[in-house]
Design a protein around this ligand. Structure first.
Ligand SMILES: Cc1cc2nc3c(=O)[nH]c(=O)nc-3n(C[C@H](O)[C@H](O)[C@H](O)COP(=O)(O)OP(=O)(O)OC[C@H]3O[C@@H](n4cnc5c(N)ncnc54)[C@H](O)[C@@H]3O)c2cc1C
Length: 390
């Protein structure tokens, strides 16, 4: 098998398929696994959190915080919501502007395939790439099934998270091959580990504020056998570095000192633990009781002691032993350095016709639909740029 194309897109995931719907000209989408858009299928607990009502560059991490602005402004969440509506896919807002399908995420996979096929794109799945070369203004892609050439090559192979779903460092190898720098890829949106310290609390969840010196998030946290998870912890993990402490406020927006003082006046014979169990999960209070002396009676505690306990619960300092890594990380932080790409088109500044889109690029969204919005916006930027070529 061989063929001459206007554009070859490597990676039939969210960004690759969406790009194929916009490139115009003869387009081939290659993927090394047999099923397209597997991460879309498993995303959002099977309902795909496909975008967010409130998207700004502030919801993304990148060495260049301005890079994402242009693409996000030219293909917005409203554009994608219109597309979803045109395909008759019902959706709802869950929380914090996060939009999910009412039905299954496979509806979004089907929509992406329909859009790509309607634009005339050809899909070639289960086709690993053996070699890439560029000569005389054309890319040559050698695969196990044949050789294909094209004027444009779009790398949409995502990041390294969840290798068992087909993730590889392919984009980074291509970047190095063509002289692009990388921002060190790291697992992000990932649970933090604490050995077996929290195993007895596994399953306990509560709203909390999780912060470090740089930022903080108020959402649910979840204790697991291996450590801490839940949206607030996943969000902070993108800003966490090995060896750093994090701070948990177990009752954000409440004044536990005030609560303990007023309860001391009202019902001084109660134990500290029983009062706190009304504000926090009882299993968590039991776990903390020995270290904080929570078996003691409220009436016996001076203000200074109550203040100390409240401060400990509002500012619990913990140092993770690590993160769960690529096996469970939802995304990859870092990637292709944006300094080597045009923010308007995603085209390489080193080699015309070469494009990098989606998660492979050093633009990483928060939890909440932002990573897909980046996939759609960056894919649209590259696709429409290719379509507009003379
Ligand atoms: C469990 C989970 C849930 C998620 N839920 C959400 C969510 O609800 N909302 C949200 O916004 N984001 C979510 N994300 C993140 C989101 O899935 C990704 O950011 C998004 O899929 C990135 O799109 P992409 O096209 O760049 O990469 P991908 O969708 O990962 O696609 C990359 C494609 O490239 C292929 N590929 C990889 N290596 C090669 C190679 N060597 N040769 C050929 N092909 C290759 C892969 O097989 C894959 O098909 C979730 C991620 C995970 C893991």
């Amino acid at each position: 098998m061989s063929g001459v194309y206007h554009t070859i897109i490597i990676g039939a995931g969210a960004a690759g398929l969406f790009c194929a719907a916009h490139t115009g000209g003869r387009t081939l989408v290659l993927d090394h696994i047999a099923k397209p858009a597997e991460k879309v299928r498993i995303s959002g607990g099977g309902r795909c959190n496909f975008t967010n009502l409130d998207v700004t560059a502030a919801n993304f991490l990148s060495e260049n915080p301005h890079f994402a602005k242009s693409a996000l402004a030219r293909y917005t969440q409203w554009d994608f919501i219109d597309l979803i509506a045109r395909h008759g896919i019902a959706w709802h807002e869950k929380t914090l502007g996060q939009l999910f399908c009412d039905g299954k995420s496979t509806q979004v996979v089907e929509m992406l395939l329909t859009e790509a096929r309607a634009a005339g794109a050809e899909l070639c799945l289960a086709t690993p790439v053996r070699d890439l070369a560029h000569a005389d203004g054309r890319f040559r892609v050698t695969t196990e099934s044949g050789t294909f050439t094209a004027r444009n090559l779009v790398i949409a192979t995502g990041g390294k998270s969840i290798p068992k779903m087909g993730a590889t460092g392919f984009a980074y190898d291509v970047a190095r091959q063509f002289g692009h720098a990388l921002v060190e890829p790291r697992p992000a949106l990932v649970p933090l580990t604490f050995g077996d310290r929290f195993a007895p609390l596994s399953g306990v969840s509560l709203p909390a504020r999780v912060s470090n010196a740089r930022t903080g998030f108020n959402e649910q946290i979840l204790f697991t056998h291996r450590g801490l998870s839940g949206p607030a912890v996943l969000q902070l993990s993108s800003y966490w570095r090995e060896g750093e402490a994090i701070t948990l406020d177990l009752a954000p927006g409440r004044d536990l000192f005030d609560l303990l003082r007023s309860e001391r006046q009202r019902a001084g014979r109660r134990a500290l633990a029983s009062v706190l169990a009304a504000a926090l999960p009882a299993r968590l209070v039991d776990h903390l009781a020995p270290a904080l002396g929570l078996a003691a009676r409220l009436a016996d505690q001076p203000d200074a002691r109550l203040a100390e306990i409240a401060a400990a619960l509002h500012g619990w300092q913990l140092t993770p032993t690590g993160s769960e890594g690529w096996r469970t990380a939802e995304v990859t932080l870092g990637g292709i350095d944006t300094a080597g790409l045009s923010s308007q088109t995603m085209e390489s500044r080193h080699l015309p016709g070469l494009y990098f889109i989606g998660e492979a690029v050093d633009v990483t969204g928060w939890l909440g639909g932002y990573n897909f919005q980046w996939a759609w916006s960056s894919a649209h930027a590259a696709g429409t740029s290719i379509a507009g070529q003379p």
